[in-house]
Design a protein around this ligand. Structure first.
Ligand code: GLC
Ligand code: MG
Length: 598
C-alpha cells in the first residue's frame, strides 16, 4: 500500500500500480511521502510534547502533593530530556473531585499548587530554557462550586442558561418525577442530577460535581474564549482541549424533550457508559465547529501580539471520521493535532504485535487529511501506563516507534523511565470513576494506578516529596525504576529515550523524510525514513519471543550493505556504533534497534 503526496490512496486495489511497485522492488510496505523535503516546519510539527500531571510530578512544600514550584524546579530535567513543550494537566482552582478537571475558577490557580505569581515564575523560567508550556483547557463542564453554576442555580440574570437544565418527566404510572432521559455519565450512573433549589435537573456527562456547560448559549461560548485569551496573555503556548466528544448534545424536540439512548448489549452493567449508545450525547458536528472557533482565537492572538504559534491538541477517543475533522478542512484551520490514541486503543482491543502496530499506524495515516501533521501517543493519566500495557520489555521499542514516525509525539510523565502502574487498594482509591463503583470491580474503572508519584530517586518517597506522605501510594518499583538510578546506569530506558529525542532533533531525515513501514512478520516491525542527501534511518522491533534473522531487502531493496547501530533497547546485547548486514540482521526477543546508512 502506498500513500503519496500525503493523499490517502490505497493503491493495492489498483492492480497495475501494484505490479509497478512490485517491479521497482518496493515490496508491500506502507509508504508516506513528505510534502516537501526542504520545507521548514513550525515548532509543533516535529515537537516532542511531555505531559505533566502536576499533582504527581514534584512536591516542593512537603504536603505530599505536587505543585507549580515543584515543576519549576524540574524544568531543567525536561530541558535535559530534550522535550519541546510541556502540557500541564489542570492547575486551576478546583475542589479536586476529578483532580482538577472540575474547575471552580478558570482564571485562578489551585492554592495547593501555588499562586499566579508561582505560575508566572514557571513561565519565565521555561522561556529562559526555551521550553513551551501548554495548559489543559476543560471546556465541557465546570465544578458545581464555580460561581457560574451557583448563579445559574439561582437563575441570576445572564446565567439562567449557562448549564443544561431540564424539568424532567413525570412518570404516568407512579406520578413521580424522573430524569429527562436515560443518558449515562462517563463515571457510571445517570447523567442527570436533581437540584432542589432550582427545582430542575442538570446534565453532567462526568461526575455529579461537574455540571455540563451549555454551548448553545453564546454567553458561554464567549466566556470560554475569554479563558483562552487570559492564559495566552500569560504566555502559554497553547492548550490541550479536554473531552471534546460530549461538548454538545442533540437539540431537544419542539416540546423541549430529548431522545433516550438505546441499549448496546456491550455490557450487562446498567451503570457503565457502554450500556447505552451515545448517539445523542457525543460527537456532534457543533463540537468540531467550536474547535475551529478556538483556533481563530489563537491565530488572532498571534496576529495581534506576534510571537510563535500557539497550538491546540484535542482529546477525543472517537472514530476516525469524526476525529479527523478536528484538523480542519479545505477552507478552515482546526486543531493543530487531534491526539492519535490508536497505539493505545488498537492494542487494547487486539494486543501488541507487529501486525497491530501496522494497523494502528495505518488507521491514522490513511485517514488523515492531506497536508496535516500526524502525532503519536503512548499513554496519559487516563490509561494504564505504557510499560504495564505493552510490557516493560517493549517500552524502549514503543518510545523508538513514536520518535521515528513522522510528526509530533507525546510522552506521559514516567514513560521515559519505564514507570509501571501502582497497586492501589479500594481503601486508597480516590479517582471518582473508581469510587463510583465497588470493591469488586473498581480496578476496571479507577485511573489511580497510572497517577502515582513520579519516581525521581530510589530514596524516601522516591524523591517526590520531602514530606512524610504522598497523596497516592508510590508504585512498588521506585527503588529500581527512577531518574537517579537510570541516569547513573550505563544503559537505561531514560538514556535510550534521551538518545531518541536527540536523534529526532538533529536528523533532517526524521523531520522531513518520507516514511515506509511494514509488519515484516507477525513479530517483526520495520520502519524506514529517508530523505535525499541525508542518511536513511531504519527502526526494527521484535515483538515476539524468539530470535529472528531478517533480510531487510524484503522490506526495501535499497537496504542492502551495512547499517550502523544508533540506539538499542535495554534487551539488546549489541553495541552502538557497530555495523550489521542489512540482509542478515538477527533480532532478539524484545530487541528494538535504530540503524542508519551513515
Ligand atoms: C478527560 C480527562 C479526564 C477527565 C475528563 C473530565 O477525559 O483526561 O482525566 O476526568 O476529561 O474532564
Ligand atoms: Mg505541594
Amino acid at each position: 500500500m502506498s500513500v503519496t503526496g500525503n493523499q490517502t490512496v490505497i493503491r493495492l486495489r489498483l492492480g497495475l500500480l501494484t505490479l509497478l511497485l512490485f517491479a521497482i522492488g518496493q515490496g508491500q510496505g506502507c509508504q508516506v511521502q513528505s510534502s516537501g523535503a526542504a520545507e521548514t516546519k513550525d515548532w509543533w510539527e516535529t515537537a516532542q510534547f511531555y505531559q505533566i500531571y502536576p499533582r504527581s510530578f514534584k512536591d516542593s512544600d512537603g504536603d505530599g502533593i505536587g505543585d507549580l514550584n515543584g515543576i519549576t524546579s524540574k524544568l531543567e530535567y525536561l530541558k535535559d530530556l530534550g522535550v519541546t513543550a510541556a502540557w500541564l494537566s489542570p492547575i486551576f482552582a478546583s475542589p479536586m473531585v476529578d483532580f482538577g478537571y472540575d474547575i471552580s475558577d478558570f482564571f485562578d490557580i489551585q492554592p495547593e499548587y501555588g499562586t499566579l505569581d508561582d505560575f508566572r515564575a514557571l513561565i519565565k523560567k521555561a522561556k529562559e530554557l526555551d521550553l513551551k508550556i501548554i495548559l489543559d483547557f476543560v471546556p465541557n463542564h465546570s465544578s458545581d462550586e464555580n460561581e457560574w453554576f451557583k448563579k445559574s442555580v439561582k437563575r441570576e440574570k445572564g446565567y439562567e442558561d449557562y448549564y443544561v437544565w431540564h424539568d424532567g418527566k413525570v412518570n404516568a404510572e407512579t406520578g413521580k418525577r424522573e430524569p429527562p432521559t436515560n443518558w449515562l455519565q462517563y463515571f457510571r450512573g445517570t447523567a442527570w442530577e436533581w437540584n432542589e433549589e432550582r427545582q430542575q435537573y442538570y446534565l453532567h456527562q462526568f461526575a455529579v460535581q461537574q455540571p455540563d456547560l451549555n454551548y448553545r448559549n453564546p454567553l458561554v461560548v464567549e466566556q470560554m474564549k475569554r479563558v483562552l485569551r487570559y492564559w495566552l496573555n500569560e504566555g502559554v503556548a497553547g492548550f490541550r482541549c479536554d473531552a471534546l466528544p460530549p461538548l454538545f448534545e442533540v437539540l431537544p424536540d419542539a416540546d423541549g424533550q430529548y431522545p433516550d439512548e438505546t441499549v448496546t448489549g456491550a455490557t450487562d452493567d446498567p451503570d457503565d457508559r457502554d450500556y447505552l449508545t451515545t448517539t445523542y450525547i457525543e460527537d456532534r458536528p457543533e463540537s468540531i465547529d467550536m474547535v475551529y472557533q478556538w483556533r481563530t482565537v489563537l491565530d488572532d492572538h498571534k496576529r495581534i501580539y506576534g510571537g510563535d504559534s500557539s497550538v491546540l491538541l484535542i482529546e477525543t477517543y472517537s472514530a476516525a471520521w469524526f476525529t479527523m475533522q478536528f484538523y480542519g478542512n479545505r477552507t478552515t484551520e482546526g486543531a493543530h493535532l487531534p491526539f492519535n490514541f490508536n497505539l493505545i486503543t488498537v492494542m487494547d482491543q487486539k494486543g501488541l504485535s507487529a501486525q497491530t502496530v501496522q494497523e494502528a499506524i495505518d488507521l491514522w495515516l490513511k485517514n488523515m487529511p492531506a497536508g496535516r501533521t500526524p502525532n503519536w501517543v503512548l499513554g496519559n493519566h487516563d490509561k494504564r501506563r505504557a510499560a504495564s500495557r505493552y510490557g516493560v520489555d517493549h517500552i524502549d521499542g514503543m518510545n523508538m516507534l513514536v520518535m521515528i514516525l513522522p510528526g509530533a509525539s507525546v510522552t506521559y510523565q514516567g514513560e521515559e523511565i519505564g514507570m509501571t502502574d501502582g497497586e492501589i487498594s479500594w481503601e486508597d482509591t480516590v479517582d471518582p470513576w473508581g469510587c463510583n463503583s465497588n470493591p469488586d470491580i473498581y480496578e476496571m474503572y479507577t485511573r489511580d494506578p497510572e497517577r502515582t508519584p513520579f519516581q525521581w530517586t530510589g530514596g524516601s518517597n522516591a524523591g517526590f516529596t520531602d514530606g512524610p506522605t504522598t497523596w497516592l501510594p508510590l508504585a512498588g518499583d521506585y527503588e529500581t525504576v527512577n531518574v537517579e538510578t537510570e541516569l547513573a546506569a550505563e544503559h537505561s530506558h531514560l538514556k535510550i529515550y534521551k538518545m531518541l529525542v536527540a536523534l529526532r532533533k538533529s536528523s533532517k531525515t526524521l523531520q522531513n523524510g518520507s516514511t515506509k513501514y511494514l509488519a515484516l512478520t507477525e513479530d517483526i516491525f520495520v520502519v524506514r525514513r529517508s530523505l535525499a542527501n541525508s542518511p536513511t534511518i531504519v527502526g526494527v522491533i521484535n515483538f515476539g519471543s524468539e530470535t529472528k534473522t531478517i533480510d531487510l531487502r524484503e522490506f526495501d531493496k535499497n537496504l542492502s550493505g551495512n547499517l550502523q547501530l544508533l540506539v538499542r533497547s535495554l534487551a539488546s546485547t549489541k553495541s552502538e556504533g557497530t555495523t550489521f548486514s542489512a540482509q542478515m540482521l538477527s533480532v532478539d526477543p524484545a530487541e528494538a534497534l535504530v540503524l542508519t546508512t551513515q
